[in-house]
Design a protein. Structure first.
Length: 165
């Protein structure tokens, strides 16, 4: 049996987040259509464009490894997206819908932040300087998106949900 290395783990985790980003790319238009506030719709649409760029950067990291971009099923993101779909179904037309959508989106962001932070740390240890830069750019975008979602939640989505209660 061959010993698995950090480089193997890096590649497996890269495949995980590649799958996740592609699933997120498909989920964002549904979330934008479901959102009630124009501000939240716009945030989801903007993040969809960012996600496309993040997928392209992941493809560059695969190239740096000399590997073809390929995903592997990520049960975690499948579950998080399924929870978001439940919120869209169960709270459709409710004043709490946008608060739920923001919460679902932040669960996605927190998963991505965890994955990109780990990949960046491993890339640093593996002396993959170009990969570090690409992963850090995405990590910064994901963190900024999380902050924007928090502002939306605290500024409008959560107060709207509570006012209607």
């Amino acid at each position: 049996m061959t010993t698995k290395t950090l480089e193997n783990l890096f590649h497996e985790t890269l495949k995980d987040i590649y799958y996740a980003e592609r699933k997120i790319l498909k989920a964002l238009p549904k979330m934008a259509r479901a959102a009630q506030s124009e501000e939240l719709k716009a945030a989801f649409q903007h993040h969809r464009e960012e996600t496309q760029g993040q997928i392209e950067r992941l493809q560059e990291v695969f190239e740096l490894l000399g590997k073809s971009p390929r995903g592997k099923t990520c049960e975690a993101i499948d579950g998080i997206i399924a929870e978001g779909e439940e919120i869209m179904d169960e709270f459709k037309g409710s004043p709490a819908l946008d608060a739920g959508l923001v919460a679902a989106a932040q669960a996605v962001e927190h998963y991505e932040i965890a994955r990109y932070g780990t990949l960046k740390s491993w890339a640093e240890l593996l002396k993959m300087t170009n990969a570090v830069a690409l992963l850090n750019q995405t990590l910064d975008e994901e963190s900024a998106t999380d902050e924007k979602l928090t502002a939306l939640a605290e500024g409008t989505a959560n107060p709207t949900a509570i006012e209607a209660a």
